[in-house]
Design a protein around this ligand. Structure first.
Ligand code: 0X9
Ligand code: ZN
Length: 411
């Protein structure tokens, strides 16, 4: 199943970052040597993890040595890590046959069926909407959850999406679990979340990539569009570089085969256009845009170009509260969340949906990078899904509560 990925994948190197210059060098090498940055790292706190294709390995290590940067082999056999993951996931599916959809890594058809079923079973609160079709023609489904049919303008909207990057498999379970808790398992202490807020939740932003990552290449990140005049061999663009904000200016590669290729022009990809249209559809009431990724334990906000939104004090307050609520429930040896401006805490990227949403007027646009355990990176063993779901839900609930408090200022 993963054969195509295997041909391309080689080793992952830990890089000991000392300062911003080291990060800058990595970003340069990223496009020159087509690196796949598995973890960006944080100087003095977290090493970067960089996957290097075999043909570039020598050059990569040479450049690090020249700059006096320490490095080590983090994963000497990515193929084996992929095989291990696949074996564990297969066992999990056998053992947990018929388990809840939010406790596994479901196929897109299963996710659609789940959303449709909720729409049928809870017609008073759940509406299933197709935001438009993906490049390959899959309906990009999302749910609207509301006790007042989205008609009460005194309520804020909480907008959440997941799996914009398809290999970040642990993100849809969190979106699905949030839906489940609001609709099928609403607890007394959470009634306010359903009654005071309207929710827009899209569990899979990139359904073509999601399916491709299940059947062809587990490490697939981008969309699946194809345009022979751009590249006769490489498909897709990075949807988180494709939004019309600082488009194509930093953290991008002009190589259409790169994982950070932003596309030929802003909104070249139908998936990012569809999400843009969803944002505009609800813009007057969206208080939070929560763009879920994996991995690294980060809660980030804009802007990416060395400037801060005018409401950064409130934005930071909300992001930090989220981190604190998740950390309070985290596994003992899991890392704490780092919270802050994306350019400062992680790296600036142009064309992100987070910055786009913030720039068009969403008060709190946040990128959530879900946890990493024991070096599993994108390959989070399914045994951990439940833990990540419940701890993250606590953070989501807290930001939701803050969203309706802050929304009152807008009325
Ligand atoms: O590079 C990205 O798009 C995100 N990281 S990931 O590993 N999930 O691909 C980070 C985006 C951070 N957000 C901004 N810089 N705005
Ligand atoms: Zn991502």
């Amino acid at each position: 199943m993963l054969a195509k990925a295997h041909g391309k994948i080689s080793t992952v190197h830990g890089v000991v970052l000392r300062n911003l210059d080291d990060i800058k060098l990595i970003r340069e090498l990223e496009s020159d040597l087509d690196l796949d940055i598995w973890r960006a790292g944080l100087p003095g706190v977290k090493d970067a993890y960089i996957m290097v294709r075999p043909q570039f390995k020598e050059k990569f290590l040479e450049r690090l040595d020249e700059a006096g940067i320490q490095h080590y082999v983090h994963n000497k056999d990515v193929v084996r890590a992929l095989d291990d993951f696949e074996a564990r996931f297969n066992q999990w599916k056998l053992r947990r046959n018929n388990d809840a959809i939010y406790n596994t890594y479901p196929r897109y058809g299963e996710i659609e069926a789940y959303l449709d079923r909720l729409g049928r079973e809870y017609p008073n609160i759940v509406t299933v909407v197709n935001a438009g079709n993906s490049y390959e023609g899959r309906p990009m489904k999302y749910v609207k959850i509301s006790t007042t049919n989205f008609e009460d303008s005194t309520k804020p909207i909480y907008f959440m999406d997941a799996a914009m990057h398809s290999r970040e498999w642990v993100t849809p379970p969190v979106a699905l679990y949030t839906i489940h808790r609001l609709v099928e398992d609403l607890r007394a202490e959470d009634r306010d979340l359903l009654e005071n807020i309207d929710w827009v939740i899209m569990p899979v932003f990139n359904p073509d990539g999601w399916e491709f990552s299940h059947v062809e290449n587990r490490m697939w990140r981008r969309s699946r569009s194809f345009n022979a005049s751009i590249s006769p061999i490489c498909y897709g663009a990075d949807l988180n570089r494709n939004f019309d904000i600082f488009f194509g200016t930093f953290s991008v590669s002009s190589n259409p085969c790169s994982d950070i290729y932003p596309g030929p022009f802003a909104f070249s990809e139908v998936e990012s256009r569809n999400v843009r249209d969803m944002l505009y559809l609800h813009l007057d009431r969206i208080q939070i845009y929560m763009n879920m990724h994996s991995y690294g334990n980060f809660i980030l906000y804009g802007f990416d170009n060395n400037t801060l939104p005018h409401n950064v004090a409130q934005l930071h307050y909300v992001a930090a509260a989220m981190g604190a609520h998740i950390d309070a429930r985290k596994m003992a040896d899991a890392p704490y969340y780092a919270v802050g401006n994306s350019n400062y805490v992680l790296y600036g990227a142009s064309g992100t949906s987070q910055d786009y949403a913030q720039a068009i007027g969403v008060p709190f646009a946040i990128t959530l990078e879900l946890p990493e355990f024991d070096g599993y990176n994108f390959l989070v063993p399914p045994e951990y899904i439940e833990q990540i779901n419940t701890e993250t839900y606590a953070g989501i609930a807290e930001t939701a509560r803050l969203s309706y408090l802050f929304y009152r200022d807008r009325l």
